[in-house]
Ligand binder design. Structure first.
Ligand code: KIV
Length: 264
């Protein structure tokens, strides 16, 4: 049976950690499904790890639709989230709806949109019309040039307060989940304590309701420089992909990943 957003909200209420990894193709979707992953994110990180770009900016809607279709064919149980790529949701809520509808029709059960307060109207528009939305705060890779690089966000007091406010605004707009990327663990903990929807951390400490990593990072097959929050599960599992993924699920569920060494 397919995991639903209600299942994930219940996990949050019961204190069960939610496991998520990125996924871009049918074979890995089946492998991750079999390993018990709760959610698969068809991330626009595919621009980096599959296409070899330096950022996620060149990823197109067509790319996201194609990879979402592949993942949906392979995963029968996990909840599938499709990223809305750069330029497909910022212009108008109507435009965002048309583009999100394509990702949903490709097999996603939710779309993810980067950004805080400026996304309020769009998130309301989508969720009021039946498209579940996952927010994404902190280090939002589509804004890498605006942020001046891939840096930890929310360190200063005013920036931390803005992020707390943004999380509340996203929830009020109807977001059903929020990814928190590369922010201090203490800030993620505050956002999580105030949230009524699951927070999923990547470089956001151990207190989030769930965790996500980029698959190619945790399997150590991406040749680029690794962020501090990435753990090499392939090494920890002595070279078996199935064991590496199984270990990730076990460590997230058991509260053992991320450790302090992976947090800011
Ligand atoms: O695209 C992606 O993989 C993501 C994760 C880093 C959260 O957005």
């Amino acid at each position: 049976m397919r995991t639903t957003l209600s299942t994930l909200h219940k996990m949050m209420r019961d204190g069960d950690k939610i496991t998520m990894l990125t996924c871009y193709d049918a074979s890995f979707a089946t492998l991750l499904d079999d390993a018990g992953l709760d959610t698969l994110l068809v991330g626009d990180s595919l621009g980096n790890v599959l296409q070899g770009h330096e950022s996620t900016l060149p990823v197109s809607l067509r790319d996201m639709v194609y990879h979402t279709q592949c993942v949906a064919r392979g995963a029968k149980r996990a909840f599938i989230i499709g990223d809305m790529p750069f330029g497909t949701f910022q212009v108008s809520p109507q435009d965002a709806f048309r583009n999100a509808a394509e990702i949903m029709a490709a097999g996603a059960q939710m779309v993810k949109i980067e950004g805080g307060r400026p996304m309020l109207e769009t998130i309301s528009f989508l969720t009021e019309r039946g498209i579940p939305v996952c927010g994404h705060l902190g280090l939002t890779p589509q804004s890498v040039h605006q942020l001046g690089g891939y840096r930890v966000q929310g360190r200063a007091e005013d920036a931390a307060q803005r992020m707390l406010d943004d999380a509340r605004i996203l929830e009020q707009a109807g977001a059903g989940m929020i990814v928190l990327e590369a922010i201090p663990a203490v800030l993620a903990s505050q956002i999580t304590a105030a949230a009524t929807v699951p927070t999923i951390g990547i470089g956001a400490g151990a207190d989030c309701h769930g965790q996500v990593l980029v698959l190619h990072d945790m399997l150590d097959v991406y040749p680029g420089k690794k962020a501090k929050f990435v753990k090499n599960f392939m090494k920890a599992a002595a070279g078996s992909i199935q064991d590496a993924v199984g270990l990730y699920v076990k460590e997230v569920r058991g509260g053992r990943f991320p450790g302090r060494e992976h947090s800011f």
